[in-house]
Design a protein around this ligand. Structure first.
Ligand SMILES: *[C@@H]1O[C@H](CO)[C@@H](O)[C@H](O)[C@H]1NC(C)=O
Ligand SMILES: *[C@@H]1O[C@H](CO)[C@@H](O)[C@H](O)[C@H]1NC(C)=O
Ligand SMILES: *[C@@H]1O[C@H](CO)[C@@H](O)[C@H](O)[C@H]1NC(C)=O
Ligand SMILES: *[C@@H]1O[C@H](CO)[C@@H](O)[C@H](O)[C@H]1NC(C)=O
Ligand SMILES: *[C@@H]1O[C@H](CO)[C@@H](O)[C@H](O)[C@H]1NC(C)=O
Length: 532
């Protein structure tokens, strides 16, 4: 498992690890023989992740490796005396404060740990709200605190007041993973959602460039030049969505993190079809909104600093586009929830080729576990459902799924690589990620022609979508306003954003049967074999 993610290290370093591992087991056996109060689990946190994970795997069944939910604490809900792996008596509570003098203030999580079973052990915890995830570990019997200077926004404040901060106990061997995660991924930390962290991360880990464009940073488009089926590639670089998109871009190799599609009605009015549109209740749904409303939001209200490119269809492709069928599909999906389940499966195609370290299948399982506690109504149910579909089972929770998978002699890694089927229907109906929505609409509208039955759109990442040879390739036919505010002429029209959008591989690939069902996606090069 971990070997899949460490496969990028050279063979000499992996044999070094194997040596180290043997040495380590030797020490352990000596220690146990001498009956000293050490346990291999106690030493795990001190080892590099590449070593600790395999050892951890050999000591535990996969189910035991999942984070275990201890409880939620708020100021009114103090939790007392749960048993950790190391400390046998623990207490936690939250205290609200206003040290920054802001409107919403911050909080301190107190956690008191005592009665360790040995003097070498430690407990590792992850603390989560839907707005932040953080972690800490404790060696010493005493009261520890975790400081949250300021809540992200009113919504987090309300959430913690009502539902509390969720606490998860992790296997101590996860320490290396969490450390690695935090090193490469500032986005997970409290302060990491800023624009500069997102930009810095994408430059460093993807080789992306962020060249500033001349002001004004938006274009006045003329709706007359826009047609049904034209594509919008969107890249958000700030705030919660920015962080989420940065992760998605990094693991999938896409240079945009969100998509939408243009639709004209019979009166010539322009609408935008979008999966992942936030409604008044803060839920992400599939929506069809009038262009003016959508554009006004992106220009004036979207705090994620969206960058937007307009990708017009090639005239030959547009001629094939069945507007009636596209509208029928779009309307049938309107109001349905955003498809978290097909988002994750679109990038996991291969066992070793899709997880940049320190991510791996275990970490995916851990994230699913944490997520299922704090957003049960959202992602988790759908992930569990999606995993059940892959096993051909019903109603199993994540632990059951892991047990069942092992029983069948398979692994969680393998389970994740089974392609999503576009005709799978979930308990909340059909739901789609932003890109599955656009491509399914293309499929219904006839753009995949005769091979439509052999295309699973849920296997396409955003990069796979803009790489399709569907778009205008003759720059003289681009609308007059296309890139008029910029001194660089892109092959598509960037209509908003301070930085110039790059879409490597744009408009370069004809669709083929079973396209994108077996593609690796390893940063920073994202090598893609032909016909994968
Ligand atoms: C924090 O203090 C500021 C200034 O004293 C005040 O305006 C604000 O309402 C306080 N916030 C909370 C949550 O108490
Ligand atoms: C866009 O239109 C507005 C109002 O019609 C105008 O004030 C503005 O200068 C135009 N911007 C560009 C880039 O043409
Ligand atoms: C377009 O789609 C509609 C609805 O699915 C269908 O009735 C019609 O025959 C299609 N038109 C063409 C030209 O295929
Ligand atoms: C999963 O379901 C099993 C029973 O099928 C139950 O024993 C177990 O506690 C559940 N696990 C979680 C994490 O809910
Ligand atoms: C654009 O694509 C069409 C059809 O795929 C092709 O015939 C044409 O040569 C291409 N034009 C340019 C400028 O690349």
């Amino acid at each position: 498992m971990a070997s899949s993610s460490s496969s990028s290290s050279s063979s000499s370093s992996s044999s070094l690890f194997r040596c180290f591992l043997h040495f380590f087991f030797f020490i352990i056996s000596q220690v146990q023989a001498a009956n000293l109060p050490f346990h291999p689990r106690d030493v795990l946190p001190l080892l590099p992740r590449q070593v600790s994970w395999p050892v951890l795997n050999s000591l535990n069944s996969p189910v035991d490796l999942l984070p275990s939910f201890v409880g939620s604490v708020s100021s009114s809900n103090r939790i007392v005396n749960w048993k950790g792996a190391c400390f046998y008596e623990n207490t936690a509570w939250v205290e609200f404060h206003n040290k920054t003098g802001s409107e919403i203030g911050g909080g301190t999580l107190h956690i008191k740990v005592s009665y360790p079973h040995s003097w070498t052990c430690m407990d590792l915890y992850v603390f989560a709200t839907p707005y932040r995830v953080t972690w800490d570990y404790y060696f010493l019997s005493r009261e520890h605190t975790l400081e949250i200077k300021e809540w992200q926004d009113k919504a987090e404040y309300e959430y913690v007041k009502n539902r509390g901060i969720s606490i998860f106990l992790m296997q101590a061997g996860m320490l290396g993973t969490l450390q690695a995660l935090w090193d490469v991924f500032p986005l997970f930390t409290n302060t990491g959602w800023g624009e500069n962290s997102n930009i810095g991360f994408l430059e460093k880990h993807m080789g992306a460039t962020f060249e500033e464009r001349p002001q004004l940073w938006f274009t006045n488009i003329s709706v007359d030049d826009v047609h049904s089926g034209d594509f919008l590639a969107i890249s958000k670089i700030r705030g919660r969505w920015g962080g989420f998109e940065t992760l998605e871009k990094w693991v999938s190799g896409a240079y945009a993190g969100h998509t939408a599609v243009c639709l004209k009605d019979s009166e010539g009015k322009l609408w935008i079809g979008e999966s992942g549109h936030e409604n008044e209740k803060g839920e992400d749904i599939i929506a069809i909104v009038p262009w003016d409303e959508w554009w006004d939001f992106e220009l004036n209200k979207d705090d994620s600093n969206p960058h937007i490119a307009y990708l017009p269809l090639h005239p030959d492709v547009r001629a094939k586009f069945n507007e009636t069928a596209a509208w029928e599909y779009a309307l049938s999906m309107a109001g349905k929830p955003y498809g978290y389940h097909n988002m994750i499966f679109s990038w996991i195609d291969t066992i070793g080729g899709n997880y940049p370290p320190p991510l791996d299948a275990h970490l995916v399982a851990s994230v699913m576990t944490v997520w299922s506690k704090i957003q049960p109504e959202y992602a988790a149910n759908m992930w569990n459902e999606a995993l059940n579909k892959r096993l051909g089972t019903q109603g199993l929770n994540l632990s059951d799924i892991l047990v069942e998978t092992e029983k069948r002699g398979s692994s969680f890694d393998e389970l994740l690589t089974i392609p999503e089927q576009d005709n799978w229907i979930y308990s909340d109906g059909k739901s789609t990620s932003c890109i599955a929505f656009v491509l399914e609409l293309y499929k219904e509208a006839g753009l995949f022609d005769l091979i439509a039955d052999s295309i699973q759109v849920t296997e396409f990442t955003i990069k796979d979508a803009y790489s399709l040879k569907f778009f205008e390739n003759d720059s003289s036919r681009l609308p007059k306003w296309c890139n008029d505010a910029d001194n660089v002429k892109l092959p598509y029209c960037q209509i908003k954003g301070k930085y110039r959008m790059e879409l490597p591989g744009y408009n370069s690939m004809d669709p083929y049967v079973h396209m994108n069902e077996r593609c690796p996606s390893m940063p920073p090069k994202y090598f893609r074999p032909q016909n994968c």
